[in-house]
Design a protein around this ligand. Sequence first.
Ligand code: TXA
Ligand code: MG
Length: 325
Amino acid sequence: MVTRVSRADAAAITDAMHCLKAGGLVAFPTETVYGLGADATNGRAIARLYEAKGRPSFNPLISHVVDVTAARGLARFNADALRLSKAFWPGPLTLVLPKLVECPIAELATAGLDSIAVRVPNHPVSQKILKAFSRPIAAPSANRFGHVSPTTAAHVVADLSNRIDLIVDGGATPIGVESSIVACLGEPALLRPGGVTREAIERVLARPLADPPGESATADDAPLAPGMLASHYAPLTPLRLHSLRVAPGEALLAFGPIPAEGAAGAASVLNLSARGDLIEAAANLFSHLRALDAVRAKTIAVMPIPREGLGEAINDRLARAAAPR
Ligand code: TXA
Ligand code: MG
């Protein structure tokens, strides 16, 4: 299969719509990362999607819909879920909710769970494709399983070229880390930190988020957010976290001002945000990881990054990228 790459104009949106209707696989930008989309109601299309990503089929997918009304056709919203959807949709929040009996999503897309992950993205290209297709689109991040998520069309080409039908190129994704995932099945729990900060979510709920059950999920468990496998988002080069200076030959992933001599002897240096801005750092995270990985240094040393705000999601992704595998 030869993958077409198109700039995100009106013709590309129509192409994407026809392709999805035919059961094809279309990568497109969301505000967080590029997604690999398939018709969420078409079991064969979902099977192709798992196959293209090389993803274990126990790992359920997020169904993307155009608005809250469409989401309410898939899942049951309690008061917390309604409040969160009003505050953050369209936007970088995914809700895990009880699946409605009449939910038309293919069983394979939810990996047989009785809950479903739903999100309304706010990127104009995602919105246009969802409107044109007018059905839910299942879309994991558009990378090979276990790789870092793509934030540009070029990243998608590198991972999935000739395994999918179409890549709609809408430029770099503005947020750069995946959506926050909140389960509203009982007490709202943060399953994955992401583009909406914990602080913002807790403000809307007017109480603290619960921790996910089974925090230290490994491949052998059946974790609640199965994508939260300890080793995930992995570059090939090992990472050394919380480093204030590089060892000779290491690559340096910096954050904020680099201490004097901190980068001496580095094979390569990239700064997530020289001015120490967490939003800018999130947007650069995956592309900088990919670029430093390509240097093939012995190790990538990573400077400390504060844990507040988007720093929670950034530290989470770095810890996973550094986990033994
Ligand atoms: O920002 C994002 O969320 C991107 C863009 C494309 O929307 N998508 C994304 O999808 O990151 P993916 O498949 O890479 O991650 C989805 C996560 C996985 O960890 C999966 O296990 C979890 O959502 N998930 C999906 N359905 C679930 C469910 N019913 N219960 C718990 N976790 C679920
Ligand atoms: Mg992913």
